[in-house]
Design a protein around this ligand. Structure first.
Ligand SMILES: Cc1cc2nc3c(=O)[nH]c(=O)nc-3n(C[C@H](O)[C@H](O)[C@H](O)COP(=O)(O)O)c2cc1C
Length: 222
């Protein structure tokens, strides 16, 4: 058997893409910060926005995402570096033929940020109503990491059951609930806290937020 078939993809495996899905919950700014960080790190990204997310970008940031335009234009609208478009593939939320709809396409996992209760429910019930749900369910069946960043309060009984079902299936359930022990001074500090904690789940080094007693840990080791 030829070695080329066995080993030619090693480079791809070293930097597998991360799937980032943005749904129509309040706090789409978390997704912008996450994308900004990942692009700065040179992380490959497979990106998809739900239809409702487009509406929230408009409501919360007056951003009309040119979703049918080039990825350069989309990154530009989000104030993200267009120079790193080589790292990003942007998929239409109704494109079931996209790479990330198949488990044979490698990824290091998926983050849904922010995640609506609607998308939570679809994932928990195994419904592929759009590409985000399909990619999330594929991520779970392939035993890859799926991180859900919910934004809602309060939670009802149904959503709590959905969270438990997804957690039992292997997903990591988080909420956009920043702490205050790092004495935040700005809204950006709070955004960075949430995004930094999410990035931690993928073991990617980051200093987006001040860690509890890490200074004293370093000084006691010195
Ligand atoms: C401005 C705005 C803010 C919203 N915020 C939330 C929210 O924080 N959490 C949530 O679950 N749904 C929220 N919604 C409702 C969802 O967008 C709606 O349920 C939608 O069907 C979700 O679809 P998706 O999961 O495909 O994005 C919001 C809608 C709008 C227009």
């Amino acid at each position: 058997m030829s070695n080329s078939k066995t080993f030619s993809n090693n480079l791809f495996a070293l930097n597998k893409p991360l799937i980032v899905a943005v749904t129509g919950a309040s706090g789409v700014v978390y997704s912008i910060r996450l994308l900004d960080f990942l692009l700065a790190c040179g992380q490959k990204i497979e990106l998809v926005f739900s239809n409702a997310a487009l509406r929230v970008f408009q409501e919360e940031h007056d951003i009309i995402l040119p979703i049918n335009d080039s990825k350069e234009k989309i990154l530009q609208a989000l104030n993200l570096p267009e120079s790193r478009t080589d790292l990003v593939n942007i998929h239409k939320s109704n494109d079931y033929g996209a790479s990330i709809a198949s488990g044979s396409y490698p990824s290091m996992g998926m983050i849904v940020i922010p995640c609506t209760l609607g998308s939570l429910g679809s994932l928990a019930c195994g419904l592929s109503q759009n590409l985000i749900h399909r990619a999330g369910l594929v991520t779970l069946k392939e035993r890859r990491k799926l991180v859900i960043v919910l934004r809602e309060m309060p939670y009802g009984h149904i959503q709590l059951k959905h969270m438990l079902a997804l957690s039992e299936a292997g997903a990591v359930i988080t909420s956009a609930s920043p702490g205050f022990y790092h004495k935040p001074q700005t809204i950006q500090d709070q955004i960075d806290f949430v995004v930094g904690k999410v990035i931690d789940l993928f073991d990617l080094d980051n200093n987006l937020f001040k860690r509890w007693k890490v200074d004293s840990l370093n000084s006691s080791q010195a």
